[in-house]
Ligand binder design. Sequence first.
Ligand code: SAM
Ligand code: CA
Length: 230
Amino acid sequence: MFPNPVILQSEGLLKYILETGVYPREAETLKELRNATAKHPLGFMGTAPDVGQLIAMLLKMLNAKKTIEVGVFTGYSLLLTALTIPHDGKIIAMDPDRKAYEIGLPFIRKAGVEHKIDFIESPALPVLDKLLEDGENEGSFDFGFVDADKNNYWNYHERLMRLVKIGGVVVYDNTLWGGSVALAEERVSEAKREWRRLSLAFNEAISKDSRLQIAFLSIGDGLIICTRLR
Ligand code: SAM
Ligand code: CA
C-alpha cells in the first residue's frame, strides 16, 4: 500500500523511488512501526517514508539536537527523528491522542530511543505557549516538524519562529492538500474545501514571510521547508 495522500501523480515513479532509495535504508524499527500503523483505520496519516528520509537528511545537515514535533499520531516521524539526533538529543512531542502514540511506543522502546522523547498528551498550542513563558527556550530549538491540525498552522508558525534559532528549520506537512490547492473550489469535495482554504491561506502567508527562506516541495502531500533568517 502506498503512503497516502500522494501528490506525485505516478504511482510507478513513487514505487521506484521507495523501492530503490527509501525502503532499503529504512531502519527495521521504522518499518515495523509503519506496518503496525497500516492496521490503524487512519493509518494513511503516518508520514510518508520518502518525506521521512528528507527530514532525516535535514536533521543531519543541521546537526539537530533539540527538536519540536507537533502532531505525533503513531510516531513514524518521531521515531525517525529520535533515531537521527544524537544520544543526548531531545524531542518535545505533542499530540492529544495518546492511544495512537502507544501503538508506536513499543517500536520506540525497541529502538532504544525513548529517553530522547518528551511526549506531552495535549493540543500543541498551550504547550508551545508554556515553552515561551521561559525565555531560555526562545531560539533554543534546531528543528520543528508540524503535521497536525491545519487550522492552527499559522499559530504554530508564529510560536515556532520564536522557539527555533536563527538558522533553524521548520517543516510543514500536507501543504498541497491532495493537490486541491490548485483546483477550483467546485472541483473539490465538500469535505476537503475547508482544508483547501486553510492550506491556501497558510501557503500564501508563509510565502510572504520575509523572516524566512522557504522551499515548496511536491513530495508526499506537499511540504514547506523554512529556515529562520532573523
Ligand atoms: N507525524 C505523524 C506521523 O509521522 O505518523 C502524523 C501526524 S497525523 C497526520 C496528525 C496528528 O495531529 C494526529 O495524531 C492528531 O491527533 C494530531 N493533532 C490534532 N490536533 C492537534 C493539536 N491541536 N495539537 C497537536 N496535535 C494535534
Ligand atoms: Ca502528514
